[in-house]
Design a protein around this ligand. Structure first.
Ligand code: C5P
Length: 401
């Protein structure tokens, strides 16, 4: 998402300076070229080695590394190199110097030299932040068209509680993505995705599960995040991996754990895509010792698990969209349409086990999509990554109607 984007990250003296390491990592992983400038104050909190290791570039802190050699670092060149300058964290001191046009250090001289947009993430104690001088300085930066990422409220390093905490690295990263891609259709949307199977324990070494691998759910999580969504991926046990700065993974094992995670997240979600193959039954009794081979047969009594989709359908309010999946072996259309209605879904994706190359474990899938107004779309066999993109496009169309 940030390939070939040149970002100049300026770190000033605040305890939040350590969080700038995480910002660097997120930017580099998204493909950006990152150069870091640190102020003298920042060096009290974090070392240049952290940033040079993460950014794979030298770190700049002064006009000259070696005063005797006469060699100097060209702040003008560095300023002109950048597509975006990000000041995170921005201390009250540097903020005030920026507002006054002072350039008594390398970081400020570079700031005065840039021609690109500037984004700032102030971080300071609550009283310093609410001081009229700071507020006036911020207004001044806004009048220069700088992008100001308001600090959050919460626990501060001083022990006080109030506004002043630097925006979280993920939020700063998202603001940077939004800056370069203002057109991303799911920008800022909170999305829940469930994926994979669940394990229902019989005893400490055995469980009941199904053949789901999580491939489809992980592909959907990735496709949604690449359209700007903040994805909360609640995943049953799977070998799939996914790193995307906008995807947060919550690992669960059983249907009950998946239910609890989904319920905790759901209220804040605008879109939920329930891709997981949740076990419908679990052993009524979980034994704590391994069951011994005593007889020729064993009877395990099962009870139903909670239907997450149904419960979320019941809780859904206007502005929330719920998308489910169905995997059927007979009377596919009828069963799928019945689920769409009974679970109060806005869209349901049917994958048939009849088609070879579709369903569990394979890298391809063949889907049909149904809506409550009886509209149906049939797709051909495609790689799951493309299927995920098709589903994402349909979701985008549905929410923008
Ligand atoms: O009823 P069925 O299991 O076929 O419904 C499939 C849909 O319901 C899928 O979206 C699946 O993720 C969801 N589901 C659920 N909780 C369950 C069972 C299914 O969320 N306990």
């Amino acid at each position: 998402m940030l390939i070939r984007k040149k970002i100049l990250l300026c770190v000033t003296g605040s305890i939040a300076a350590y969080k700038a390491a995480y910002i660097t990592r997120l930017l580099v992983q998204a493909g950006a070229e990152v150069k870091v400038v640190v102020s003298k104050g920042a060096l009290n909190f974090i070392t240049p080695l952290t940033f040079s290791t993460l950014s794979k570039n030298p770190v700049f802190s002064d006009f000259t590394e070696d005063p005797d050699s006469g060699k100097w670092t060209n702040h003008v060149e560095l300023g002109l190199w950048a597509d975006l300058m990000v000041m995170a964290p921005l201390s009250a001191n540097t903020l005030s110097k920026m507002a006054q046009g002072q350039s008594d250090n390398f970081l400020l001289a570079t700031y005065m030299s840039v021609r690109c947009p500037v984004m700032v993430a102030p971080a300071m104690d609550h009283d310093m932040y609410s001081h009229p001088a700071t507020q006036e300085n911020l207004l001044k930066l806004k009048s220069y068209n700088h992008i100001v990422l308001e600090p959050a409220s919460g626990q501060l390093a001083s022990g006080l509680v109030g506004k002043g905490r630097m925006s979280e690295p993920e939020d700063i990263f998202e603001a940077i993505i939004a800056h370069f891609h203002p057109e991303l259709p799911l920008q800022g949307k909170e999305v829940l995705v469930t994926a994979g199977p669940t394990y229902e324990r019989i005893d400490p070494v055995r469980f009941i599960s199904n053949f789901s691998t999580g491939k489809m759910g992980y592909a959907i999580a990735h496709a949604l995040a690449s359209k700007g969504a903040r994805v909360h991926l609640v995943s049953g046990p799977t070998h799939e991996t996914l790193f995307h700065p906008l995807v947060k993974i919550y690992n669960v094992e059983s249907a009950q754990e998946m239910y609890d995670s989904c319920i905790a997240l759901f209220e804040a979600m605008q879109i939920s895509v329930l891709c997981a193959a949740v076990a419908d039954f679990r052993p009524k009794k979980q034994v704590t010792e391994k069951i011994k081979k005593k007889d020729n047969s064993l009877t395990i009594e099962l009870e139903t698990t909670q239907d997450i989709a149904k419960e979320l359908g019941r809780r859904k309010t206007s502005g929330q969209y719920l998308i489910g999946f169905a995997l059927e072996t007979e009377n596919e259309t009828e069963h799928t349409q019945a689920k769409l209605i009974s679970k109060n879904l806005d869209m349901i994706v049917l994958n048939s086990l009849r088609d070879s190359g579709a369903g569990f474990g394979s890298d391809t899938n063949k889907i049909s999509v149904f809506w409550p107004d009886n509209k149906v779309l049939h797709f051909g066999l495609k790689p799951k990554i493309q299927v995920a993109q098709d589903i994402t496009e349909l979701i985008i169309q549905m929410i923008s109607q």
